[in-house]
Write a protein that binds this ligand. Sequence first.
Ligand code: NAD
Ligand code: NA
Length: 396
Amino acid sequence: MIIEPRIRGFICLTTHPKGCEQNVINQINYVKSKGAINGGKKALIIGASTGFGLASRITSAFGAGASTIGVYFEKPPAEGKPASAGWYNTAAFEKQAHEAGLYAKSINGDAFSDEIKQKTIDLIKADLGQVDLVIYSLASPRRTNPKTGITHNSVLKPIGEVFTNKTVDFHTGVVSEISINPANEEEIANTVAVMGGEDWQFWIDDLKKAGVLADGVLTVAYSYIGPAVTEKVYRKGTIGRAKDHLEATAKQINEQLKDINGKALVSVNKALVTQASSAIPVIPLYISLLYKIMKAEGIHEGCIEQMQRLFEQRLYTGGEMPTDEQGRVRVDDWEMRDDIQAQVAELWLQSTTETLPELGDLKGYKTDFLNLFGFDVPGVNYQEDVNEMVAVPGLV
Ligand code: NAD
Ligand code: NA
């Protein structure tokens, strides 16, 4: 069939298998072009199908030559109805990995559940014995806690006071003002329950108890800080509380892994267009300005450039891991450079519906958004018939 993008708000209802495959191939080629990394050889990636998790899996496999197990939650295709992008990404990744002689298997299901954790442990035991790298890269609006059975929904709200600022509808380019009411205590707690560190902790508890963490294991989760303009709705808002919790959990897990010479830490990554970040108010306007400036300075990165740099220049340098005072690895260093942020702050004030096409990189934003779903990818012939029924080879 011929598949075209059908966009509804922050999401695209359709996806393109060939475009997703091409995205994965491009990421693999990038990692290969940067040379070998002396990284973990048996990696578990939780949240492996899109965004930073997919890029981590690609970097592990094609940079470090790792065997990878990926856990994700994606919709398979049905006759006449394409799968979710992460399904096609995984199919493409596994095909490339297998052709390169690399072990790659995937588990599709709710990573928050005990059942999927057990399935993962069983697979590690059967195929790899142990893992020496565990990447935790989940982004989800809800989580059912397997111990309590309670389903928590996250919110993206400020804390303490109403937040009013500019935002952009990146489809229409209309810049407007939005006001978001502050979260109550319950909403804060729910957001922490979804995006905080509890589930990461549950994973490590179970993996360690099962004896599938290798001596010297490294586990990394991803966080974000960002600039003053987004602080009230991001880092000082509900999601920021969750990230504070995630970062505190890293310290806890780090202690817990000492007896097996393991290490846990958080990597603070750059703001990027992903399915998760498109839904956060104000962030798309910030990203469109940031992209413009970072591209002009020649320091723009996507997920794959970020993760390749994280592995090569932070996690697996062969020496000490460079961290900030809080023990976090930083690959948001270029985004947070004073000169970059000064330019963002200035353009922020000048941004209107009329000026943004000039000041910001709305076009880059839109392209990246379409790319997430496999559309607008260079080299793909969208007029050609495609078979949406792509199977994921190593799926268990
Ligand atoms: P993403 O939406 O691209 O990826 C989320 C992944 O989680 C997917 O593989 C999805 O299948 C998986 N997932 C979601 N719910 C699941 C479930 N119940 N069971 C199994 N898998 C599930 O998101 P992303 O932007 O790559 O975010 C990953 C992490 O990076 C998050 O912690 C996010 O906060 C952080 N981060 C994002 C940005 C950004 O700008 N996008 C910046 C810094 C840090
Ligand atoms: Na991810």
